[in-house]
Ligand binder design. Sequence first.
Ligand code: BG6
Length: 514
Amino acid sequence: MLSDGTADRFDDTPPEQPPRVKDPCVFVVIGAAGDLTKRMLTPALHNLAASGLLPERFAIVGVDRVPMTTDEFRQRIAQAIEDSEESPFDHRVWGPYEGRLHYLIGDLREKSVGQQLRALLSGVDEKSGTAGNYLFYLAIPPSLVGQTVTQLDEASLAREDGPGWRRFVIEKPLAHDADSARALNRQINSVIQEHQIYRIDHYLGKETVQNILVFRFANGILEPVWNNHYVDHVQIMVAESLGVEQRGEYYEEAGALRDMVPNHLFQLLAFTAMEPPISFEAEAVRDEKLKIFRAIRPLSHEEVLTHTVRGQYDEGLINGERVPGYRKELRVASGSNTETFAALRLHMDNWRWSGVPFYLRTGKRMPRRVTEIAIQFKRAPDILFRGTSINSTPPNLLVIHIAPEEGISLRFDAKVPGPVVRTGPVNMDFRYRDYFGTTPSTGYETLLYDCMNGDATLFQRADMVEAAWTVVTPLLDVWETLPARGFPNYAAGTWGPTEAASLMQRDSRRWRHV
Ligand code: BG6
């Protein structure tokens, strides 16, 4: 113990096991034969079961148009867990749940399917004691969300006007611009209440993203320097080495900006920039995040041209392997003008960040997969080193590594040993796995657990989604009115178009070299 009574080293007693979800419930997956159920939801449920966190009284109901029997559905789910690298299949864990899996063939746009689902759910309640609590996970295309919620309502499954709660998890993309975000919210909110809606962003399921708040607000040394007095600028990057894979059709409509910025990158931005909330209650945290989206200075049409850059990958080399250009990908138009790279400079009109630019960059087919937030501090005055061989001291840099490395590093300058005063940058590194090891996770476990517990802290509220889309809509408008010239403009395996470098150079800065 230190003199102030605190421990002087990392406390390695095993963390307290969180409690099992208290409320019984049925997890209803609409779109149960799809990819999301297979790759993410099923392994995540298995991991929750393995940690003893699923409620005692629990059942899973799958709904999809794909014809299969309940037995086939059970086998399919077991297979999905076996195939998943993030969830080592354990029959002792999953065995007791297998009999609690049910399947309904049908399209919820048909009235009769809603009625069938209702009958199935009451049977499940009786058999499994799930008390009428239903968590509907809408693993379906966004265009079907509004209609599905309406159909569930027609089957008296949506409103909380009887015993039991009803919750709805909705996946991105939640809209394609500010107007459609508002329209979807209006449609859903006309049927169910805001507290029933859980808009998911899988970035918030990542431990390192959740850690940003703990890092910022549980460490007294950071708050005094976390502002425009000390921070020069912030860079947020989500780079992927993958291309669009099998998702050409979706991506042609979305593009890099819609796919990544108002959701994932803005979540990272909000956690980095928000004020300390008055508590970790859902509304307190979400209020502060909303303020950040509202504080982002809207870009005029002229500014869109100078503050943003778009790009599209051409063929190139990734890890020494030749890969095709975007226009040659499956289900992509041969003359497509869809961007696969976006970079932007944003400013926030609030006291903390006034004058501090936030540079955001995301792209496919970059040399490596890297997700990180880099906070670059202002340089120290170099008065002492004038007239020495040291021309300038590099600024301190704090990097929050989100993927593939998970950790935090701080770069500072140190004296190079020897009689002559020379300095060089060194790093202090914290890596998650060194301290905490790794546990199998898809990133959805916390989100599902929270949702079953009714904790909406890590989910998006309607006003947040609208505010985020309001920021990016002017960019989309200008980009649509002035189609990109010169696409493709970066080779696969590079860090994006040269204009992205110029965006920084104009501010006498450069992108962090990873
Ligand atoms: C998804 C996007 O939401 O996030 C994909 O639609 C992207 O295009 C993915 O590849 C990135 O997620 P992660 O967790 O791999 O960084």
